[in-house]
Design a protein around this ligand. Structure first.
Ligand code: OGA
Ligand code: MN
Length: 296
């Protein structure tokens, strides 16, 4: 008798698994919930198909993974689903002349969420309510696989370096409210993290890149930092390492934000895309859990 009541089908060798056999609109038992947390640890991205979820369901399910952040301030201000401050909206739809969500219809760059914080979020979940007929896929990349893809000499060069993660601009290229465009990456606002992090249980190394625009390696001149970052990105962030999820209405996708990056393909601006999203902070009782620690 398996101790889980769901199936796990990995979608690529490096990350992603489709979880079958669960109706997430029904309460999850504690054993199932903790098995899902383990599955996310292991597979880094989980896909649940054909779900019918209310905002209350989304908050309840995400809450099994950790405490939820409030909707962040986006380029369009703080936009959350009515009645749910933890549920924010990723959408290109405007109602009464005002955007209901963030990120528009354009491409978003490869990124991890909010790595400009000292303790970036542990995980995010994204639930599809309306999807375009074409485009708008979300790609995912394992940062363990990205590190492994570096040539050995480059692995040696990046060891011990730090990297500043920009806090001015979001993944859609929009300036966050309250910030001005960075004029000089050496002095623009951001948070410094180790460039290489290790999984403290397995020892596997991963890159902590955050995103490319406005990043800076503080120990190098801007020119040298730009050159090295370009080299790292070219070697590590390769299309053949990525997996792109083609959305259907009713999909819920969760990702571990520590060990992955994601990006969104553009889609026709006259088509509607509406996603509800939660962001999960590192649970207080797991702050010391080495799997949750972003450390050198
Ligand atoms: C996000 C994000 C991508 C998408 O929600 O953090 O980057 O596909 N979304 O909407
Ligand atoms: Mn994101």
């Amino acid at each position: 008798m398996p101790d889980t009541d769901f199936t796990i089908h990995p979608v690529t060798p490096t990350l992603g698994a489709e979880i079958g056999g669960l109706d997430l609109s029904r309460p999850l038992g504690p054993a199932t919930a903790s098995a899902l947390v383990e599955a996310l640890d292991h597979h880094l991205v989980l896909v649940f198909r054909e779900q019918t979820l209310s905002d209350a369901d989304l908050v309840r399910i995400s809450g099994h993974f950790g405490p939820l952040d409030k909707a962040p301030i986006t380029e369009n201000g703080r936009l959350h689903a009515p009645g749910y401050e933890e549920v924010y909206v990723i959408s290109n739809i405007t109602e009464n002349g005002r955007p209901i969500g963030a990120l528009g219809a354009g491409e978003s760059v490869w990124h991890a969420d909010m790595t400009y914080l000292e303790t970036p979020p542990y995980a995010s979940s994204l639930y599809a309510l309306e999807v375009p007929a074409e485009g708008g896929d979300t790609g995912f990349l394992s940062m363990f696989a990205a590190y492994d893809a570096l040539p050995e000499p480059l692995k040696r060069r990046v060891e011990g370096l730090s990297i500043k993660h920009d806090s001015t601009t979001n993944s859609g290229g929009y300036l966050r409210q309250g910030f001005s465009p960075p004029a000089d990456v050496a002095t623009s606002p951001g948070t410094v993290h180790p460039l290489v992090i290790a999984h403290p249980v397995t020892g596997a190394k991963a890159l902590l890149l955050g995103r490319r625009p406005h990043a800076h390696i503080p120990s190098l001149s801007v020119a040298a930092s730009e050159a090295l970052l370009d080299e790292i990105w070219a070697a590590a962030v390769r299309p053949e390492l990525a997996w792109h999820h083609r959305w259907r209405v009713g999909d819920l996708v969760m990702w571990d934000n520590r060990w992955t990056m994601h990006r969104r393909d553009p889609f026709p601006a006259d088509q509607r895309r509406r996603m509800h999203r939660t962001q999960i902070a590192v649970p207080a009782d797991r702050r010391q859990d080495p799997r949750r620690t972003v450390a050198a």
